[in-house]
Design a protein around this ligand. Structure first.
Ligand SMILES: O=C(O)CCC(=O)C(=O)O
Ligand SMILES: [Fe+2]
Length: 436
């Protein structure tokens, strides 16, 4: 190779590490399909940057952007292709339909960044329809393909095959393909979860249930006497409260800044290991108190408000989490449900409580949903959400199943302080009653 070629190759290889790889394309495609499913979005709208929930004939605007950002035909093709390659024709069909429709509209124009063409989109869509049992759609798309590439023998054979199939069983002509959403067994919890993500605020209001009230909380702590925290009781069993303005804008910004250089793909406990999984998509970092004195102040504030000991090893370091568009955390428990969980490595028992601070607002989506308790909390910037994960007996409270809904628009940041059982013996006395 000539010197300049070697230099070009070396330069490219250096740059390549920072360029999106296939994993990034696949992740982005999955994120769009997740948003489509959880928020019941119509693909045509989504591709135009419009976020509309479609149920039957009713259309609801979930978010109205000030500027529209549209996906190109090639973008839609790439999303559809990710689904197609997984054998997921449920998602492949609407995305490839959109790709075909956009490619048809701009036929003859050639964009240098396009990898695919109308022919590619027709080819994939025809096969996806065939796989889904809709032979007549497969046939008409294949015929359209042949108009552009009349010499394609494979497609000519497909056309003959589809014609034969339709002649043998003409009922196919009317067959409406009803394909099930893949990879998700139909679960009541999923319906509830998605419903809670879509219709924030559908829970009873404080006016309807008097035991859900707002107050100024000092918890009899001298720290809070002069500056009580506004507390909003969200739910009683499990007990979930929201503390408004728990941090200031500048504190939230500072915590995000401290964590940013250390962010990595989030993992979850799986047996004795920690693994990245599809059901938790975010980046996170652990911040020790020694990183900045402000974190010590924050611990004091959490201790004053909850009355709990949050010094290590009675609580974990602060976990800062960042969700991008489509980022989420599907229904889970914060406490360990298996005795081999890595959580027990701290030798301070299970996670008795969660103290989660919202370090940002989010433009749409991203609520925290409590599935069995059937309510969701919107992202309230600077507020902190607190709940007990364990009963006083030490048993896990199965009603705390909760989730972080996918972010539809914007960037969501939270910080978790997980407080453990040990060290709290005189602060939250135990009880043998399973209800407490
Ligand atoms: O992001 C949320 O709203 C919930 C996060 C959560 O449950 C967790 O990090 O364990
Ligand atoms: Fe959680």
């Amino acid at each position: 190779m000539k010197d300049n070629e070697v230099a070009l190759k070396d330069g490219y290889e250096k740059e390549e590490q920072d360029l999106p790889a296939f994993e990034d394309l696949e992740g982005a495609a999955r994120a769009l399909m997740r948003l489509q499913d959880v928020y019941m979005l119509n693909v045509k709208g989504l591709a135009r940057g419009v976020f509309q929930r479609v149920t039957g004939s009713a259309v609801t605007d979930l978010y109205s952007p000030r500027r529209l950002f549209s996906l190109t035909a090639d973008d839609c093709f790439q999303v559809g292709k990710v689904a197609y390659d997984m054998g997921d024709y449920y998602h492949a069909i609407p995305w490839l339909e959109e790709a075909v429709s956009l490619f048809r509209g701009s036929y003859g124009e050639w964009k240098t960044e396009d990898e695919a063409s109308l022919e590619d989109a027709l080819d994939h869509l025809a096969f996806a329809y065939f796989q889904a049992g809709n032979v007549s759609c497969a046939l008409s798309l294949s015929r359209e393909f042949l108009l552009y590439s009349p010499d394609n023998k494979r497609m000519a054979r497909n056309v003959l095959k589809y014609e034969k199939l339709l002649a043998e069983s003409p009922n196919q002509e009317l067959a409406e393909a009803v394909i099930q959403r893949p990879n998700v067994p139909h679960l009541q919890t999923r319906d509830t979860y998605e419903g809670l993500c879509q219709t924030l605020g559908s829970q009873p209001t404080h006016y309807q249930i008097p035991s859900l009230y707002c107050s100024y909380e000092t918890n009899s702590s001298p720290f809070l006497l002069l500056q009580p925290v506004r507390k909003e009781v969200m739910h009683l069993e499990p007990y979930v409260v929201l503390y408004h303005d728990f941090v200031s804008d500048s504190e939230a910004q500072k915590i995000r800044g401290l964590a940013e250089p250390w962010l990595q793909r989030s993992v979850v406990a799986s047996g004795e290991k920690q693994l990245p999984v599809e059901y938790r998509i975010s980046k996170s970092a652990w911040l020790k108190d020694t990183v900045d004195p402000m974190l010590v102040t924050l611990d004091h504030r959490i201790a004053a408000l909850t009355g709990l000991d949050v010094q290590p090893p009675y609580a974990e370091y602060l976990q800062v989490v960042n969700y991008g568009i489509g980022g989420h955390y599907e229904p889970h428990f914060d406490h360990a449900t298996s005795p081999t969980s890595p959580l027990y490595r701290m030798k301070s028992g299970n996670r008795v409580a969660t103290f989660m601070i919202y370090l940002s607002s989010v433009e749409a989506g991203g609520a925290t949903a409590f599935i069995y308790a059937n309510f969701s909390v919107p992202v309230v910037k600077n507020a902190a959400l607190f709940w007990w994960n364990l009963h006083r007996s030490g048993e896990g409270d199965g009603d705390t199943l909760h989730a972080g809904c996918p972010v539809l628009v914007g960037d969501k940041w939270v910080a978790n302080k997980w407080i453990h059982e040990y060290g709290q013996e005189f602060r939250r006395p135990c009880s043998s009653s399973p209800e407490d």
